[in-house]
Design a protein around this ligand. Structure first.
Ligand code: FES
Length: 199
């Protein structure tokens, strides 16, 4: 039996297939097809499909939600619910460096709210806003699963655990000066991980 053509995975939704084919490249369709093979049911691949879209476009707009719904064969309302539930998905453009500060219980007890206030002041924007140059945005988030490292702050996918206010200022200063996210302190203390992070 020959390999499944990516197009074939989407032709059962003929109303959407032409539009999807016009939006995504052949390479992207192959990637989605691979994902859907790995996840079994089309709907089960929704999270990686959304992540793929966000990585390519920076955020997930209404049209992208429709595309994801068609690809994963789920209602658009379901896609919207997923995008709104997970803080890792953005339904509007955010900064190149998206700073997330946790203020849930563990982090709150260890200074998360003060850290958030410091970062808002440092970056110069309020919650869920982006700086005029598009470099930074900030978001107050609920538990990011790193409670043992409270208080924690994340910049894009890099987590800074047990971070002090002074260190957080240093992270922003480093990004402003070098246009890159610094290696988190706790990673730098572990040689094997530090090596991997710097590769
Ligand atoms: S409470 Fe902050 S990471 Fe869990």
């Amino acid at each position: 039996m020959g390999a499944t053509c990516p197009k074939m995975l989407f032709t059962s939704h003929s109303n959407n297939s032409n539009r999807i084919m016009a939006i995504f490249s052949e390479t992207e369709l192959k990637e989605f097809a691979e994902l859907q093979k790995r996840y079994g049911a089309p709907g089960a691949s929704l999270l990686p499909v959304l992540w793929h879209i966000q990585e390519k476009r920076g955020w997930i707009d209404e049209a992208a939600m429709e595309e994801a719904a068609a690809i994963c064969q789920v209602p658009k309302a379901h896609v919207r619910g997923v995008v709104e539930f997970y803080t890792m998905f953005f339904d509007k453009p955010m900064g190149k460096y998206h700073v997330q500060v946790c203020t849930n219980v563990s982090c709150m007890l260890r200074g998360g709210e003060k850290l958030l206030a410091e970062m808002k002041s440092k970056i110069g924007v309020e919650n869920l806003a982006t700086t005029p140059d598009g470099m930074f945005s900030i978001e107050e988030v609920e538990c990011m699963g790193a409670c043992g490292g409270a208080p924690m702050m994340a910049v894009n996918e890099t987590f800074f655990e047990t971070i002090t206010n002074e260190e957080a200022h240093g992270v922003i200063d480093h990004i402003r000066a070098k246009n890159e996210i610094p290696t988190p302190r706790f990673v730098a203390q572990m040689p094997e991980l530090s090596e991997a992070a710097n590769r």
